[in-house]
Design a protein. Sequence first.
Length: 267
Amino acid sequence: MKKKLLLYGTFLRLRILMNFQYPTSYWLGFVGQIISYGATFCTIFIAVSSFGSLNGWTADEVLLLYAFELISYAIGAFFCFHPSTGLANNIRSGAFDASLTKPMNPFLFQILNYGQDAAYFSHFTLSLCVMIFALVRIGITPALGNIVAIILFILGASAIQGGFLVLCSVFSFKMVNENPIFTLFFESKNFLKYPISIYGSGLQVLLTFVLPLGFINFYPSQCLLSKESGVFHYQLGIITPLVGVAVFVVAYLLWMWRLRHYNSSGS
């Protein structure tokens, strides 16, 4: 186990150093992402402020929602975006077949070899700053219990984001040219820009029990604020870390199951 952790640390260090090979390009991209997502935060804040509230959610609370979504995506995508979205191309080119010859778990090898994208540091930095800004304005105190809860919520939401990326990549074993499932996933996350309580009860149930995207930001925020909103009680957010583990484990098991039925593209 110790050797595996040391190996992972080596992979992580090398992958991050690769991102800084061209520092000017990296920092320009960093600033560009800050400006792009910063504009989105400002747009949401101004839009909700102009109405006073959105189904009982203030502009600061909606900012908190979006900050939860972006910071969890930054962590989940840091590990899983490139291994997942690049799987079809790796299968088509034959690079995936080569990875199967390595003396380690194929899934872990994909994460170690293609994950750890330092570009997501910009997403993390901005969303963390916005989250702190929103929490201060809302009046959430920096008590130990609140800090621990926020960390657990972020980790659970990150596992959901990463798990769904992995789940989408399962279809790449069949769709070696293009995988439209990723587009469906990213489009479905548009529902998370605002509290899901503004939607009908059927969609709320869908985003809670069928596609548990609501646990990425709505239920953690609702629980943290002790806010009654929507079909379900705010304490449902407590299980966010468990939902995250469940989603990721299911995604991993499906990925490994599909691997056992994998047929090489012949490249």
